[in-house]
Design a binder for this molecule. Structure first.
Ligand code: ADP
Ligand code: MG
Length: 230
């Protein structure tokens, strides 16, 4: 599903350049649930953002579902993102003046689907995350765990090939984190390829593979016996 070879990424800050990813190789197969670990600043989000086409790489190759991803204009990138990728962030990134249902509907606006079908589909995904009865609530009427469920429903509604989650439990207490990971495990069991960035050991154990970043390269990559979240 994902093939990355010799990936390099630097950020330019004024006259200085910060070399963050220094020749990274990784392959991820369809249906894997991968934890990306590493200390703060090790480049986890940078890698996820490149995989998610939110950012470009400088050197090396990146192939997603058989398509070679290169620098492209923003319209094209947005189209690919919508088709291939779902995102979940630590801070949920919901639109706070839209209710749960409208937040989930949003990605479907750009797909030329009728209003009725959009609503039906969004409600199905909201039901899948256990929030059918919360569809008309605004984000500030929801708990952190519920907000993350809405964000997961929103990421799933466009049926992405890959779900990318950057510290999805970073803002949640440990019980709520387990509930969110249980949901992620269920989505993975249904066949979805998922990458979870985390620096929490417990969370990484709920994945089936752990990849560790350090100093811009992968220093460890192992399959593990997955622990059940709940
Ligand atoms: P992690 O997610 O592992 O904490 P990041 O990928 O966010 O790490 O960041 C890796 C390094 O790149 C850090 O030193 C960070 O400060 C730097 N960095 C991240 N994004 C940018 C950016 N847009 N511009 C400049 N430097 C950045
Ligand atoms: Mg990060």
């Amino acid at each position: 599903m994902i093939k990355i070879k010799n990936l390099h990424k630097s950020y330019n800050i004024g006259k200085n350049s910060l070399h963050v990813l220094k020749g990274l190789d990784i392959e991820i197969k369809e249906g894997e649930l991968v934890a990306i670990m590493g200390s703060s600043g090790s480049g986890k989000s940078t890698l996820l953002n490149i995989i998610g086409m939110l950012d470009n790489h400088d050197k090396g190759s990146y192939e997603l579902d058989g398509v070679i991803i290169k620098k492209m204009n923003e319209t094209k990138a947005a189209e690919y993102r919508n088709k291939f990728l779902g995102f979940v962030f630590q801070s949920f990134n919901l639109i706070n003046y839209k209710n749960a249902l409208d937040n989930v509907i949003l990605p479907l606006y750009y797909q030329g689907i009728s209003r009725k079908v959009r609503e039906k589909k969004a409600l199905k995904y909201l039901s899948d995350v256990g929030l059918k009865n919360w569809s008309h609530h605004l984000p500030n009427e929801l708990s952190g765990g519920q907000k993350q469920r809405v964000a997961i429903a929103r990421a799933m509604v466009s049926e992405p090939k890959v779900l990318l989650a950057d510290e999805p439990t970073g803002a949640l207490d440990s019980n709520t984190s387990k509930e969110v990971m249980d949901l992620i495990q269920k989505i993975n069991k249904a066949g979805k390829t998922i990458l979870v960035v985390t620096h929490e050991h417990d969370i990484s154990q709920m994945c089936s593979r752990i990849v560790k970043l350090k100093d811009g390269v992968i220093v460890e990559d192992k399959k593990i016996k997955q622990k059940k979240a709940l």
